[in-house]
Design a protein around this ligand. Structure first.
Ligand code: ATP
Length: 682
């Protein structure tokens, strides 16, 4: 151990002691709060009858205040305990111009020595910590509340501290970022996504700390850290705007429950509370109300994979275009201008002129049409009352109330939606099952959009930041709905190469058309997989811009079997090899759920889980699932069975194969019988 390391170890012990002391003090404070709270409650209980209203309100407020302070103390203790395990991961020695040098230690949270009023550890989100990610040695600058602070960095160190013990430290004379990053990436996959604070890369840092974009679109290659970055960005914004945004004000829209579970740990790991999340289809169900049922996205994808009917494809393709949204908007104009068949209205002796009713209808152009009738009816009543100089009878009021809506062509959104296709001259593009009141998936958001425009829907005003993951799976109407429901800032992320349904995919360019104010960033470095796996996946869907990280592992194996029975019989051996490898997770990723069930039959054993659309959690071990459900997840090892020319032959199949292969971090095996898929033929 050299002198520097000795010094650092001694410093670590010092910090740990200070942390332990702070925890003890905190415990004492919590105990005091609890005692005071108990006493106060007891006093209230005993003196209830003699206290007046004002006393009670004051007592109530003081109890609430104490409870709040108590909760804050408990949260602080949680943070300190966490720091005790791993107080910091980085250090930079910074000399601001004209000021003395200071060592800045950076950790997941800040730690202030209250006695010395000195910051011993800086939160990675603090302005000064940004230099750790943005600069090597030499001139550096960061933004303080009072402007830019220039200076120079003359030392940078990285540490790995686990369970309070220093595992290693690296000095800046080696390229520390690469070395630590390599170590992090070589690790085994967890059943939960991890935080990456210690190794955030410069381009990623720029996205995380961007606090100006009202809509940020992250278009990144597979494994570029999009999801990680979006979550760190949320943590950053919660820190930066802690006075105005809390975790409960954020909403993450994710593709399914398993993915939501997988990412659920990152923010708590960073010391933030759990963030509300919603699966896109839950949002749809919320907005449709309970009058309709609808096909789910995975059912649409499954139908496309199993029986790709041209008319079905045509319906999906049409409804996924920006032109479709434009037509819907034109139709709404047409409705506004033509569907109010206004007539004059006789109420007793008074004739309310057509022009008056028409003008009132137009005057409310900001109100959704189906919500205008009571307003117009009220104006007509007022008109009649001032014309007659008397109050209206109940029956006159009712006549007006009924007559106005009657002048309008339809009242049900479904009638409009059907009419829209007639207006287009394409009635065959709508398949609605009347008996089950069942919509195809491609109609769900178009229908909601019409509903939103015709009836209005309550906006999600409490949401102050919206995150949409897997953006490529949503179409212009989805975004049009989101834009109207969520007026807040947004982070939207995805990868066009990972579309599960190429007939309904959106690129960043399409999203930009809906959010012209969007800032689009492209992330091209891929971190997840070894170079061998990335190169293999690139042969399926090439992206010349992708930059693969130089990390090596075994070449992917494509194994041929003589018969389907032999292929199935071979799978347990592959699983056994995984079990002996020291890796934590293996994903057996199939094209369809039917195939996954067949594999599950073969591999059933403790620790083997079939992940279905109904699953809600992701666990370590052997997971058998479909590509659709594996999206966004990652595994140490991946097996893709049945990669035959028969199974993987269409564009949709190709996308599936690419997604499946890019889930692997360290090892990839594909198996087949007969002829291999043309996407894998060399
Ligand atoms: N700076 C980094 N330091 C350490 N690990 C990183 C970094 N960036 C990304 N990773 C790792 O790379 C893997 C992929 O990250 P993530 O899942 O966020 O990428 P993604 O772009 O959303 O992937 P995909 O679109 O393929 O699902 C994760 O294991 C993540 O921890």
């Amino acid at each position: 151990m050299n002198a520097t390391e000795q010094e650092e170890r001694a410093y670590l012990e010092e910090i740990k002691e200070k942390l332990a002391l702070a925890i003890r003090r905190g415990d004492e404070a919590v105990r005091q709060f609890a005692d005071e709270l108990r006493q106060k409650k007891q006093y209230l209980h005993e003196h209830q009858s003699s206290l007046d209203e004002a006393d009670l309100v004051a007592a109530d407020q003081s109890i609430n205040r104490m409870a709040f302070t108590g909760e804050a103390a408990v949260a602080r203790k949680r943070r300190l305990l966490k720091l005790g395990q791993s107080p910091y991961f980085g250090r930079l020695d910074f000399t601001p111009e004209g000021k003395p040098k200071a060592a800045v230690y950076i950790g997941v949270h800040s730690f202030l020595d209250e006695q010395q009023r000195q910051n011993l550890i800086y939160d990675w989100r603090a302005p000064i910590a940004s230099m750790f990610y943005d600069y090597e040695l030499g001139a550096a600058v960061y933004t303080t509340p009072s402007g830019l602070l220039k200076g120079s960095i003359d030392r940078k160190r990285q540490y790995k501290i686990r369970d309070g013990q220093l595992e290693f430290m690296l000095e800046n004379d080696v390229n520390i970022h690469d070395e630590v990053l390599q170590r992090e990436l070589a690790k085994s996959a967890d059943d939960k996504m991890k935080n990456i604070v210690a190794t955030i890369q410069r381009d990623q840092n720029a996205v995380i700390r961007n606090d100006t974009a009202s809509v940020m679109v992250i278009q990144g290659v597979a494994g570029s850290g999009k999801t990680s970055i979006a979550l760190h960005r949320i943590a950053f914004l919660l820190y930066r705007y802690r006075e105005t945004i809390a975790a409960r004000d954020i909403l993450i829209i994710s593709p399914n429950k398993v993915f939501a579970d997988y990412i659920s740990n990152v923010l708590p790991e960073l010391g933030e509370e759990h963030i509300p999340e919603l699966v896109m289809e839950e949002l749809a169900a919320d907005l449709l109300g309970n009058q309709y049922t609808f096909q789910r996205f995975f059912e649409q994808v499954a139908a496309l994979l199993e029986r790709p009917d041209p008319a079905f494809i045509e319906r999906i393709r049409f409804k996924s275009s920006t032109d479709f949204l434009r037509q819907l908007n034109q139709y709404l104009l047409h409705v506004e201008n033509n569907y109010f068949a206004c007539t004059e209205l006789r109420v007793g002796k008074i004739l309310v002129p057509l022009a008056f009713i028409q003008a009132r209808f137009r005057a409310y152009h900001r109100v959704p049409v189906l919500k205008r009738f009571p307003l117009v009816a009220q104006d007509v009543r007022d008109h009649v009352r001032s014309a007659t100089g008397r109050k209206l009878t109940g029956s006159e009021k009712a006549t007006i109330g009924e007559a106005i809506p009657h002048m309008f062509r339809f009242h049900q959104v479904l009638d409009f939606y059907q009419d829209f296709y007639r207006w287009l001259g394409r009635p065959e593009l709508l398949r609605f099952d009347y008996q089950r009141r069942h919509l195809e998936y491609a109609d769900v958001f178009a229908f909601i959009y019409l509903r939103l425009r015709l009836e209005g829907l309550p906006a999600y005003e409490h949401v102050k930041h919206l995150v949409v993951d897997e953006m490529q799976d949503y179409t212009p109407v989805h975004y049009a709905v989101l834009a109207r429901l969520f007026a807040c800032r947004k982070t939207i992320l995805g990868d066009v190469s990972q579309t599960v349904n190429p007939y309904s995919a959106s690129s960043a360019a399409i999203i930009e058309r809906i959010f012209p104010q969007a800032e689009v960033v492209r992330l091209l470095r891929s971190y997840r997989s070894t170079l061998e796996i990335t190169t293999f996946a690139q042969r399926i869907t090439p992206n010349p811009d992708l930059i693969a990280l130089e990390r090596h592992g075994p070449e992917p194996v494509v194994a041929h079997f003589d018969s389907p029975a032999a292929e199935l019989a071979g799978l347990p051996q592959l699983v056994a090899a995984f079990q002996g490898s020291g890796h934590q997770s293996l994903g057996v990723i199939c094209k369809t759920m039917r195939q996954a069930e067949v594999v599950h039959q073969e591999l059933q054993a403790p620790g083997v889980q079939l992940l279905t659309a109904e699953s809600t959690a992701f666990t370590e071990g052997v997971i058998i699932t479909t590509t659709y459900l594996a999206k966004g997840l990652e595994f140490d090892e991946v097996i893709v069975p049945f990669v035959t020319a028969q199974t993987y032959r269409t564009e949709v199949d190709k996308g599936m194969l690419y997604i499946a292969c890019t889930r692997a971090m360290h090892r990839l095996t594909l198996t087949y019988t007969q002829a291999i898929s043309p996407f894998l033929a060399t």
